[in-house]
Design a binder for this molecule. Structure first.
Ligand SMILES: NC(=O)c1ccc[n+]([C@@H]2O[C@H](COP(=O)([O-])OP(=O)(O)OC[C@H]3O[C@@H](n4cnc5c(N)ncnc54)[C@H](OP(=O)(O)O)[C@@H]3O)[C@@H](O)[C@H]2O)c1
Length: 303
């Protein structure tokens, strides 16, 4: 496993996203968490909305029965998405965190992310909520999700707490964050700067890029692994899997980890064999040319 430094704590570069565990029973939840920990994963990502709160409840039941495991984990959750709207108000953040802590059976979160930008947010309210959550010990660190560089800067300039991470969607086949940087000053569609240079901002300011949906096509259209829509890419993934001696899923994760910044890949799989295969991505470093070949074989072009 590869670890990155987050405020002096060693946190795994591969994390378990717990969005898809809602259907688990107690035994499967235990197997999922213990397998991940045995493989060196100590980063677990939740959100108050996953399974309507049930994913956190299941995880919390495990922690209630096994309290000794809590200190082995970097536990993260998110709030701010309500049914049909986004809400970064002081009241909503404070209420959400209390609910999260209760469901997870823990007295603190290592990290809280604001889930999706609330354009109506008042940064002063976020500041008040974050300060009180920090002071009370309920949340140790704060970050955002799905924000562009300007939004992160704007919020960051108006609150005392440092925003250490931005959780964003990215996979070999979902690359809007990358495309514009490769097509500067061109008249084509990929040259459109949709995110204001967010990757460069994160690297420049030593923030963590957390990647969600590392295997999905678009917005939850299924994985590109073995998809007929990505025949060429899958052929290349197979070749590289052989070359590097890992599974093709690990190549897909290694492609993300190859970005020159602090990256954490948030896995969506809840299958323990897939998790074991995924962590092998940390044992390899893709050659630069291979990284570009995968980008091209996903259907992209270079100028
Ligand atoms: N911040 C946000 O807005 C946001 C949004 C969405 C998600 N997230 C976070 O990101 C995490 C990952 O998202 P995701 O679930 O969409 O991720 P993903 O890794 O792109 O997709 C996971 C899905 O792919 C399937 N899959 C098929 N073949 C696989 C293989 N060989 N290896 C691994 N998985 C395979 C998995 O099934 P199996 O379980 O059978 O392997 C699972 O259903 C979530 O759990 C959540 O924590 C954040």
């Amino acid at each position: 496993m590869k670890y990155i430094d987050i405020f002096g704590k060693k946190v795994s570069a591969i994390g378990c996203g717990c969005m898809r565990i809602a259907g688990f029973d107690e035994k499967k939840t235990e197997e999922y968490i213990c397998t991940a920990l045995d493989l060196g994963i100590n980063f677990f990502d939740h959100a108050d909305i996953y399974g309507g709160g049930h994913c956190e409840e299941l995880f919390g039941e495990f922690l209630k029965k096994n309290p000794g495991y809590r200190e082995k984990m970097f536990l993260q959750s998110k709030c701010g998405i309500r049914k049909g709207w986004f809400d970064f108000s002081y009241e909503h953040i404070m209420e959400s965190v209390d609910g999260i802590l209760e469901r997870l059976h823990t007295d603190h979160l290592d990290s809280l992310l604001l889930h999706r930008p609330d354009v109506l947010m008042e940064p002063e309210e976020v500041d008040k909520a974050f300060s009180q959550l920090k002071e009370s010990g309920k949340v140790r660190h704060f970050g955002v999700s799905n924000m562009n560089r300007f939004q992160m800067e704007y919020l960051g300039n108006n609150i005392d707490e440092k925003l250490f991470a931005d959780q964003l969607q990215m996979s070999i086949v979902h690359t809007p964050l990358i495309d514009a940087g490769l097509n500067v000053n061109m008249g084509n569609d990929p040259s459109i700067m949709r995110d204001a240079g967010t990757l460069e901002y994160l690297r420049d300011h030593e923030r963590v890029l957390q990647v969600w949906s590392p295997l999905q096509i678009g917005y939850f259209e299924g994985t590109f692994l073995n998809s007929e829509r990505y025949e060429k890419l899958n052929g290349t993934l197979d070749q590289m899997a052989e070359k590097y001696g890992v599974g093709k899923d690990a190549i897909a994760y290694a492609w993300l980890l190859r970005l020159p910044m602090k990256v954490q890949v948030v896995l969506g799989t809840a299958n323990i064999e897939h998790i074991a295969s995924a962590v092998k991505a940390c044992d390899i470093t893709l050659e630069k040319k291979d990284w570009y070949t995968l980008y091209l074989d996903a259907g992209n072009r270079l100028p």
